[in-house]
Design a protein around this ligand. Structure first.
Ligand code: FMN
Length: 167
């Protein structure tokens, strides 16, 4: 049974939620939806709003949907979806209908698709997007380690508009 909570009631550890459980980032455009797994990002407060930030490499098909839409969802699942999450993070939606194949229960609210079996669903609205730049790295080892192909992430800061949790 899902219920809405406020950001103040969100008492999950973000390091575990993002880094260990992982997020499924989904966006819809032109009647289609795509989603991918992400384990880098954060949550906090910016411009007086409750926000999340996510980072997406240029080659991700999901990026095309994020760029074409004002909104996106961030979903977190339990251990039972680990295999599906690994699949969503290794295969591209350019090649397969991932959402159907992974067996997620897809619902729609306010024009946004979301996944009924998620432990946490955050409905978000884009506020800011910026591609990371080589000359901005203060610790150059991060650049060397993660961007050998110069495929810098775009960082999106999104306002968390609604949070649903499944008990
Ligand atoms: C655990 C895990 C975490 C990932 N985190 C990110 C991430 O934060 N940003 C990113 O751009 N790609 C990340 N990926 C890679 C994408 O999920 C992967 O390339 C996916 O196949 C892209 O699908 P798409 O082309 O349908 O968008 C991650 C993959 C896994 C397995």
């Amino acid at each position: 049974m899902s219920k809405e909570i406020t950001p103040a009631e969100f008492d999950y550890n973000v390091f575990n939620t993002i880094g260990k459980d992982w997020m499924l980032i989904s966006a819809s455009a032109n009647g289609k939806t795509n989603a991918m797994t992400a384990s880098w990002g954060g949550m906090g407060v910016m411009w007086g709003k409750n926000v999340a930030y996510i980072v997406i490499r240029p080659q991700r098909y999901t990026k095309e949907f994020i760029d074409a839409s004002d909104e996106l969802t961030i979903s977190v699942f339990g251990e039972e979806k680990r295999k599906a999450m690994t699949y969503m993070g290794t295969v591209s939606g350019r090649d397969e209908d991932k959402i159907a194949k992974a067996g997620f229960a897809v619902f729609e609210a306010d024009g946004q698709k979301f996944f009924g079996d998620a432990k946490i669903t955050m409905f978000c609205r884009k506020l800011y997007a910026q591609e990371m730049q080589e000359n901005c790295f203060i610790d150059k080892s991060c650049d060397e380690k993660w961007y050998a192909d110069k495929d810098y992430h775009t960082m999106y800061i999104v306002e968390i508009q609604k949070i649903l949790v499944n008990d």
